[in-house]
Design a protein around this ligand. Structure first.
Ligand code: SF4
Length: 377
């Protein structure tokens, strides 16, 4: 059965810029694609580096020189200054960050331009401008803006220019500590769940957090509520991770007594409370890989990583998806081996497609924000 993911807002806006995959790259056998990708890779040699996010499918990630979550991959970019082409098997915001972190001679390529992120689409620069302006009008001061790496370069630039930073799920707690050393409140966007779960784990009670709805005047909030709050959470979420529920946890505990439940902090707060542990994808991998052989785990994150944990990363444990049908990130899934093959064979012939270039007027402040992120552990 062929999966046809729904289009996100990002995809709808960018679809006109997207070059269709040439017909000759359709209908190839797996064996032919593997052989041709390997051959193109070998021809490009040190000029090429392929980065693969953990949520990519197996047929693609097996060709990655480096795998990891957003934070780890952002750090890897500096390791290969000699590479001319950085093919990022991930989603659009990751390729943008890579473009900002690379040297001018390096080109960052996203194999399918329709690989966006529905969460990143939930924060637009004009909405953030309005929010910032309205907070001032409400008399709310001492706000440090922090954006999750899952956001557009324009959002990162805005935050960087106003003394804020970017965070990832790996360094979110350290980032909030950093921000509270610089201000009284944090405006956290676009993922309310990562913001809430991280702040709560650090001891900030729920009644000191408010949710800012960018589609409402003054975020739909009363100035007193915002003045009392320490965390102003943007009303955004991940459509994959919010599918996990407490009912899933109850059901899996019943079916597999002794199971340990571990979830990504993009899941809702009540799910984190009902789980045994939570953390970034790198944390999840490390925790399960270091657990005793024979342990049983239910994992609340994207299904490709869960399957890979079961088969490759932690084979002596039983690793199950917390959601029985497995939660798939449809935009990550857009990067197919066919796209990767097309991109690489065109590079062999000197043609660059799907290059991601952050506009110059956003680059310097985005770089400031990303450098702050990389310095916070
Ligand atoms: S899993 Fe969620 S946050 Fe991550 S890329 Fe997919 S939609 Fe975006």
């Amino acid at each position: 059965m062929t999966l046809i993911p729904l289009l996100t807002e990002f995809e709808k806006e960018n679809i006109s810029e997207r070059q269709a995959l040439p017909e000759k790259y359709l209908g190839l056998s797996d064996a032919e694609m593997d052989a041709r990708i390997s051959s193109a890779r070998a021809k490009l040699g040190k000029k090429l580096v392929i980065l693969g996010h953990h949520y990519q499918r197996d047929e693609v990630i097996k060709f990655a020189d480096y795998t990891g979550d957003s934070f780890k991959l952002a750090r890897q970019i500096a390791q290969r200054p000699e590479a001319e082409y950085i093919v990022f098997c991930g989603v659009h915001f990751m390729a943008e960050s890579a473009d900002v972190l690379t040297e001018p001679h390096q080109k960052v390529i996203l194999p399918d331009l329709a690989a966006g992120c529905s969460m990143a689409d939930m924060a637009a620069p004009d909405q953030l401008e309005t929010c910032w302006h309205e907070l001032t009008q409400m008399g709310v001061n001492g706000v440090v803006p922090v954006t999750y790496i899952n956001s557009a370069a324009s959002i990162k630039a805005f935050v960087g220019e106003r003394g804020g930073t970017v965070c990832t799920s790996s360094n979110a707690a350290a980032t909030l500590k950093w921000a509270f050393e610089r201000g009284e409140k944090v405006l956290f966007l676009p993922d309310q769940h990562l913001g809430r779960n991280t702040a709560y784990k650090m001891g900030i009670p729920l009644d000191e957090m408010v949710v800012w709805d960018p589609n409402e005047i003054y975020g739909g909030l009363d100035p007193d509520e915002v003045t009392r709050a320490r965390m102003i959470l943007w009303k955004g979420h991940c459509s994959v991770h919010t599918r996990f529920t407490v009912q899933h946890i109850d059901a899996i505990r019943k079916k597999h007594p002794g199971v340990r439940v571990i979830v990504h902090p993009e899941v809702p707060w009540d799910v984190v409370q009902a789980a045994d542990d939570s953390g970034s994808t790198e944390y999840i991998i490390k925790t399960i890989a270091n657990s005793p052989a024979g342990s049983i785990w239910a994992v609340g994150t994207e299904v490709h990583l869960v399957n890979r944990l079961a088969t490759e990363l932690a084979p002596d444990r039983t690793v199950l998806s917390l959601e029985p049908f497995g939660c798939l990130c449809s935009t990550m899934f857009r990067v197919s081996p066919n796209h990767l093959l097309w991109i690489l064979e065109e590079l062999v012939d000197g043609r660059v497609h799907n290059q991601i270039v952050v506009p110059d007027d956003q680059k310097s402040w985005t770089r400031v924000a990303l450098d702050r992120m990389l310095s916070i552990q």
